[in-house]
Design a protein around this ligand. Structure first.
Ligand code: C5P
Length: 262
């Protein structure tokens, strides 16, 4: 499509349909032994269900594709059905949000690509959201969508850092001293979260082009030489990685229950 035939941001705003891909196929070894991370419970509900609800809470998101552990797609599908509300369609939707479940791969990147492969053609904005960030507020989801609809090919929620960051020469033996190589200026650094939002064609091209292992999708778009922008992230969008994060997530849910009565 030539630049002239591209819809203006206002036209794109009304036309674009938004889907979310949730990679949930990781084992989550850093949390310790037990079920795959996405299936660990927070306040009695699997982390993945919290994450799907967080995305489905946006009125703009009409499809959620969950990428399940390679041998766990049937289990994840039953889990989504088990957490449906009265009036939802078993096997396919919660309210106005449809869902699909596909088996994942060996790396996060491969899991996201398998999710993208299942994306129906009518969706032109894609969010990629870690199942391991179950508590992202809907305002953060909507801010990412709005920035993509306003014309950014890739958008990441980001927060300033509290800690100073050092670049080191990683030690061969974990826990032994590591030489410090540099101290990047903290004011120019951001910690990035998910959902990351993309123009669909851009993300598909990034996954087809970049083969080296990366830890987020936006960095693949950077490698294409395209513009990636940030919007403000949220402290409650943290990634549940270590045992202490489970304690923090429970505390956030308790505070929400007290505040909202849900
Ligand atoms: O390992 P990490 O915490 O970076 O994983 C981020 C997200 O990617 C998690 O939601 C995890 O379930 C997912 N993942 C995946 N497939 C893999 C590895 C990780 O879907 N093979």
């Amino acid at each position: 499509m030539s630049d002239d035939s591209r819809p203006s941001p206002a036209e794109a705003r009304t036309e674009s349909r938004v889907a979310a891909v949730i990679p949930a196929a990781g084992r989550g070894v850093r949390l310790g032994p037990g079920a795959p991370k996405a299936l660990r419970t927070l306040s009695g509900t699997p982390m993945l269900i919290h994450a799907v609800r967080a995305l489905a809470a946006s009125r703009h998101v009409s499809l959620v594709i969950v990428v399940a552990p390679p041998d766990g797609a049937a289990e994840v599908k039953s889990l989504l059905d088990a957490h449906a509300l009265p009036g939802d369609t078993p096997g396919g939707s919660w309210g106005r949000t449809d869902f699909l479940v596909v088996p994942g791969g060996d790396s996060r990147q491969e899991s996201v690509r398998l999710g993208l492969d299942a994306l129906p053609p009518e969706y032109d904005v894609v969010l990629v959201h870690d199942a391991a960030r179950p508590l992202v507020p809907v305002d953060t989801v909507d801010a990412v969508i709005e920035a993509v609809r306003d014309g950014a090919p890739a958008v990441v929620p980001a927060l300033p850092l509290a800690d100073t960051v050092k670049e080191v020469e990683p030690a061969a033996v974990p826990g032994t001293p590591e030489p410090v190589l540099a101290t990047p200026e903290r004011a120019r650094l951001r910690a990035v979260q998910t959902p990351q939002g993309f123009d669909r064609d851009t993300l598909v091209r990034a996954h087809a082009t970049v083969t080296e292992n990366v830890t987020d999708d936006a960095s693949m778009v950077e490698q294409l030489g395209l513009r990636v922008v940030t919007v403000p992230g949220h402290e409650e969008a943290f990634k549940v990685t270590r045992p202490l994060d489970l304690v923090l997530a429970e505390a956030v849910l308790t505070r929400r229950r007290l505040n909202d009565g849900f």
